[in-house]
Design a protein around this ligand. Structure first.
Ligand code: ADE
Length: 227
């Protein structure tokens, strides 16, 4: 899978070189690059922002550098998915991550300031599939941190990125429930004991206990998931 992130802070994405995603890049399972939006400006100050029409606080990102960058990055056959991280988008979740993990090419458009001129999106939507996606109901300073979270959630679902694919099956949100509690050795730590059933070796009982725990935990912490 090829992923590109357009940003005025390419160095934000250096963390993708470490751990499992770093390995996935070395193995050519993941082809990631950060693209500097300022490379598509033509003035001495490499300007990417201007004041908004109609007034209001803050600055907006100009259409021209975004247009030139996306002209270059979006595949001409419309096969690219353009993802715009924004608090005004649909909520990101595991289902959306799984859908995006099936794509060949994703471009993340990381805005800063008060956002990007709306015409960039109106135009891009005629060239590519486009998704405006929010990480949650709070506001970050820009799209970079949100893009990083989405890239990790998406890339770990690509076959070969996670060594033990079984760990994807039982984790939180894979079955609509939060994950059950887990324990490792020692059996007793600071007077706290690992539940007996997990040490019983009875796999049917263990599976039943884990499902009960997952349902109880989901009811208590995220009842909305059960609706
Ligand atoms: N950019 C700023 N806030 C954001 C959020 N909550 N989700 C995605 N992108 C953002």
């Amino acid at each position: 899978m090829k992923i590109q992130a357009v940003t005025i802070f390419p160095e934000f994405f250096d963390v993708l070189d470490i751990s499992l995603l770093g390995k996935a890049q070395e193995q050519n399972i993941l082809d990631f690059s950060a693209v500097n939006l300022r490379d598509y400006t033509h003035d001495k100050h490499r300007t990417v922002d201007d004041s908004p029409y109609g007034g209001g606080a803050g600055m907006l990102m100009k259409a021209e550098p975004w247009g030139e960058a996306l002209d270059e990055l979006l595949a001409k056959d419309g096969s690219t998915v353009l993802v715009v991280p924004t608090p005004a988008g649909e909520l990101f979740n595991q289902e959306l991550a799984a859908e995006l993990a099936t794509k060949e090419h994703i471009v993340f458009a990381c805005g800063r300031y008060e956002g990007i001129d709306q015409r960039v999106f109106d135009w891009a939507a005629t060239k590519s599939e486009m998704k405006m996606i929010s990480l949650g109901d709070y506001v970050l300073n820009g799209g970079e941190v949100a893009a990083l979270a989405m890239i990790e959630a998406i890339a770990r679902l690509i076959p070969g990125v996670i060594g033990n694919a079984e760990s994807l099956v039982e984790e939180s949100h894979s079955n609509g429930l939060l994950e059950y509690p887990s324990y490792t050795k020692p059996a007793i730590w600071r007077d706290l004991e690992v539940p007996e059933v997990l040490r019983s070796g009875n796999h049917a009982e263990i599976a039943k206990w884990r499902l009960e725990q997952a349902i109880e935990r989901t009811k208590r912490i995220r009842p909305d998931l059960l609706d």
